[in-house]
Design a protein around this ligand. Structure first.
Ligand code: GDP
Length: 382
């Protein structure tokens, strides 16, 4: 059996008003949710759940740490917590100026230095003024490979991270990219259950991270900055194709004119690309995080996107498809992990790899042998 595939059944989530709560790990086996009581076998999971739905940031942080954990003995608690989060779903009206009927998951990608942190700081504060509660999560491929982090240190988003209506989660510090992204996917659900209705998921456009982020958000935004006039040269085509919105930041001072030129370049580049979304033509907008210019135009465009997607029922169709994608990602990742760690397979892998390199056996036959051995080994286990 695979370990619990906890991201398999993601669904819409409601948020609830936050209440001050000091609960960390309550020694109880049930959590009260409105009129319903959700029972759980794990006091740890129900304690965290109760804490996070009643507004404890401490519980929220611990809950995310739990689902991010790679420890095998955390798996059951994590999975129980996520089932409680999923069972708490219902639709409610959000008391913001925007009257959204669900949460809104916004992906943001861009190379280091384009102004992602500066934008999120201003954008997050702008949204809070409109009544939203904002959570910021990060998928950072550098931390997956090196244990270091391109995205995160504690001084980022100084004002936003200290605001009562914001939760800024530093990027996870270890794990594979798949693991990091998968856990971020689950962290979104936890933030939503904790009452955050706008979830910003940030990543640098390196490796596969942008595809993974695009697979967990409702809208994918690309942030760029004007440079030497050939912005598009180094840009991966894939990331442009994924983008529902392109924001040209730093449209201020001496960069105002280059920013407008960059905007034109992106507009014409997008004309030659097949839109991924039949209902939406990606827009290219100018803004300046430093001068707080263009933020409301960005939000108007995102709201129009939300309305278009919500009214056509595409928002939840997209989430449903994403759930399926994540289920398969997790199956693939888990199977591969198990295969690589299977003692019998491990023992013969080195030799097989060597034989493939020397041309004594074809890659296809070697793969077949490995799979054969793995399946046989699984069958003899209790
Ligand atoms: P990140 O690496 O993408 O998160 O980028 P940062 O937000 O850390 O910004 C990188 C640099 O660009 C910093 O020196 C910022 O002060 C600067 N910056 C960010 N936004 C703007 C802007 O709108 N205009 C100008 N002129 N500089 C900006």
């Amino acid at each position: 059996m695979l370990r619990q595939a906890s991201s398999a059944a993601l669904s819409l989530l409601a948020t609830r008003p936050s209440v001050a709560c000091s609960a960390v790990l309550l020694p109880r086996s049930s959590a009260v949710l409105g009129a319903r009581t959700i029972t759980a076998a794990s006091p740890r999971a129900s304690g965290l759940f109760e804490g996070l739905v009643s507004g404890s940031r401490n519980c929220l942080a611990k809950a995310i740490t739990l689902v991010e954990s790679t420890r095998y003995d955390d798996k059951d608690d994590a999975s129980e917590l996520l089932s409680m989060v999923l069972r708490s779903s219902s639709i409610r009206q959000y008391k913001t100026q925007d009257n959204f009927k669900s949460t809104f998951r916004i992906g943001l990608s861009g190379a280091p230095g384009v102004g992602k942190s500066s934008f999120i700081e201003q954008f997050g504060l702008f949204l809070i003024e409109r009544g939203h509660k904002v959570a910021v999560l990060a998928v950072d491929p550098s931390s997956a490979r090196t244990g270091g982090s391109i995205l995160g240190d504690k001084t980022r988003m100084e004002f936003l991270s200290r605001h009562d209506d914001a939760f800024v989660r530093p990027s996870p510090s270890s794990c594979t990219l798949g693991g990091v992204a998968r856990n971020t996917n689950e962290a979104i659900l936890i933030c939503e259950a904790a009452g955050y209705d706008i979830i910003l998921v940030e990543t640098v456009g390196v490796g596969q991270s942008e595809t993974m982020v695009a697979d967990m958000v409702d809208i994918f935004t690309l942030l760029v900055a004007p440079g030497g006039g050939d912005e598009l040269q180094g840009m991966k085509r894939g990331i442009m194709e994924l983008s529902d919105l392109v924001l040209v930041n730093k449209a201020d001072g001496v960069l105002a004119v280059p920013a407008r030129m960059a905007q034109m370049e992106y507009i014409s580049a997008l004309k030659f690309m097949q839109p991924v979304n039949a209902l939406w033509r990606p827009e290219v907008l100018l803004m300046s995080a430093a001068e707080k210019k263009g933020i409301d135009e960005v939000w108007n465009s995102m709201k129009l996107y939300y309305k278009t997607m919500y009214d056509s029922k595409s928002l939840f169709q997209r989430r449903a498809e994403q759930n399926k994608t994540w289920m398969w990602r997790q199956i693939t990742e888990e199977l591969l992990w198990r295969l690589r760690h299977d003692p019998k397979v491990k023992a013969s892998l080195l030799q097989l790899e060597e034989s493939v390199k020397n041309g004594r056996i074809t890659p296809g036959s070697a793969a077949e042998q490995v799979l054969h051995q793995f399946i046989a080994d699984q069958q003899v286990r209790p």
